[in-house]
Design a protein. Structure first.
Length: 243
């Protein structure tokens, strides 16, 4: 009986901490939108679950966070079975072509299409599985050699390959800024990503490219100011919790 009470108290503490963290994140979103003269409803929060305990994720869902982002396809498959249809899963990490088939039916948006070859594979699988997946093209806006993603000029020059997709819907871009000491230093990478999206819209005016996924816990305010429509927040939602 005592153990049950302790577990209940621990879970209540987790829920309280999650609610406080979520409130702070939403306040930061609203403040950034205010500075950019934007409606906070124009920014979608995707809660990153990569390092989160299952009960933390459950607490977020109870608080009304229904868009969850997982970096690892295998963990996405496992966790998707834990939640009902009210949760929309985003795959935000690197996707190998040999793991695409299992992940594709489970996600509402793939953020990390980083090669034309992967895009072609997803399109072929979508035909086989009778799906119409939505994807973002990952751009290496920071130019770091260890990061995945298209180089901006590479993506623009090969844009016709995106127009050939039969089932896959390319709906925008995703990118990350370099880790820097001053968060303001992230602004040029985010601005470059927004400008690239504007450039691609001109190349294909009939294609809807509404989404720009950029910004994480440490820099999402700058990303919002530069036009992000989706932010991916992990550690900011789990402060004060320990594994």
């Amino acid at each position: 009986m005592l153990n049950t009470i302790n577990v209940s108290k621990t879970m209540m503490a987790v829920k309280t901490q999650i609610a406080e963290n979520l409130s702070r994140v939403r306040e930061r979103i609203a403040a950034a939108c205010g500075r950019a003269d934007r409606d906070p409803a124009s920014v979608r929060l995707v809660a990153v679950t990569k390092y989160a305990e299952l009960e933390w994720v459950c607490a977020l869902v109870e608080q009304g966070v229904t868009e969850l982002g997982e970096s690892r396809p295998q963990q996405l498959v496992e966790r998707a079975s834990e939640f009902g249809p009210t949760v929309d899963w985003h795959l935000i990490g690197h996707l190998q072509r040999n793991k695409a088939r299992r992940a594709l039916p489970l996600v509402s948006l793939i953020h990390s299409v980083d090669t034309f070859r992967l895009l072609s594979t997803l399109d072929r699988l979508a035909v086989e599985l009778d799906l119409q997946p939505r994807v973002l093209l990952e751009v290496n806006a920071s130019g770091e050699s260890q990061k995945h993603g298209f180089l901006p000029d590479e993506l623009a020059s090969g844009w016709n390959q995106c127009l050939k997709c039969e089932r896959v819907q390319v709906v925008g871009l995703m990118g990350m800024a370099a880790r820097v000491g001053d968060v303001e230093e992230a602004r040029p990478a985010f601005r470059q990503l927004r400008e690239l999206l504007d450039r691609l819209r001109l190349l294909s005016p009939v294609m809807q490219l509404p989404e720009l996924s950029m910004g994480m816990s440490g820099d999402f305010e700058i990303a919002i100011e530069e036009g992000a429509t989706i932010i991916r927040v992990g550690s900011g939602l789990y402060e004060g919790l320990s594994r």
